[in-house]
Design a protein around this ligand. Structure first.
Ligand code: ADP
Length: 273
């Protein structure tokens, strides 16, 4: 079953003004339930604009977008989409605002009108899902935690909503290899065990290769290529980058519990190397 069907969708920021900027230009893309699709593309290629259409934050100006079988043109449906399509923004820990980790996770659940017992269950499960022991951390302020832990709390706050589609915009940016692995392995497990559909925006070749079923490459608001990871990467980057041995070594390392390494050093780290 298709959970996302985008047909020729377009989007322009500030239309009709001198600042008008066409960010999406006829995107056609389908995603099957339970699939792990990665979106790749240079800065400004339209990735963030595209994912914001999926949970109703932005509305396509042209074309048709069906999410979970219904058109987002329906305003009432669009307003419910935040509960079905969980969107983890870039650096999501910057949006934490509650006094405790528990309240942070419970915030969206209260807005969904859930009963206290169900909220407690979901908070517990979501924290365990990202590798956090709830007993020690629930009552703490998110701001007392390390950067990597805050990121996990932010991801857990979206997981607690039990979305059918999980969209993550560069969720490992700025994290060390351990922290990156923790997040991605969690997401992969949810895909495998709960059949959740995942869309990942990533610049990291290792992440793309190890976790995605399929990738779509965006360029200037259009889909430049899409398909199975190996096919698309060999088409766009050249065979040398994805020699079968490279894939095998990566897969082998991951199975042995090695963290995913993306070479995402901060400037300070790079200077210290
Ligand atoms: P990506 O996520 O791939 O970096 P974006 O979707 O953020 O790309 O941006 C696509 C294009 O739309 C870029 O040219 C960007 O400058 C423009 N854009 C993004 N957000 C806005 C905005 N709020 N106002 C005007 N232009 C924007």
């Amino acid at each position: 079953m298709l959970v996302i069907e985008a047909r020729e969708i377009s989007y322009t920021y500030h239309p009709g003004t001198s600042h008008a900027k066409k960010a999406l230009d006829g995107i056609t893309l389908t995603v099957e339930r339970g699939e792990f699709l990665s979106l790749v593309g240079a800065n400004g290629s339209g990735k963030s604009t595209l994912i914001q259409q999926l949970n109703g934050l932005l509305l396509p100006e042209a074309g048709e977008l069906m999410v979970l079988g219904r058109s987002v043109a329906d305003k009432g449906y669009r307003e419910q989409l935040w509960q079905k399509v969980g969107l983890v923004f870039q650096f999501p820990e910057q949006q934490l605002f509650e006094g405790t980790v528990y309240d942070e996770l419970a915030y969206g659940l209260k807005n969904m009108g859930l009963a206290k017992g169900e909220i407690d269950r979901r908070v517990q499960e979501a924290l365990l899902g990202v590798g956090i022991e709830p007993a020690g951390v629930s009552g703490q302020s998110p701001f007392s935690l390390s950067g990597g832990m805050r990121r996990r709390v932010a991801v857990a706050s979206i997981l607690a909503m039990e979305p059918e589609i999980l969209v993550l915009d560069e969720p490992t940016a700025g994290l060390d290899p351990e922290g990156s692995s923790q997040i991605l392995e969690t997401v992969k497990r949810l895909q495998r065990e709960k059949g959740i559909t995942v869309l990942l925006v990533s610049h990291c070749l290792n992440e793309l290769i190890l976790f995605s079923d399929r990738i779509a490459v965006l360029e200037k608001g259009r889909i430049k290529a899409q398909g199975k990871v190996r096919e698309v990467l060999s088409g766009t980057l050249g065979e040398a980058v994805i020699l079968p041995e490279y894939l095998n070594v990566l897969t082998d390392l991951r199975e042995k519990g090695w963290p995913v390494h993306c070479g995402q050093l901060t400037l300070e780290e790079a200077a210290a190397e």
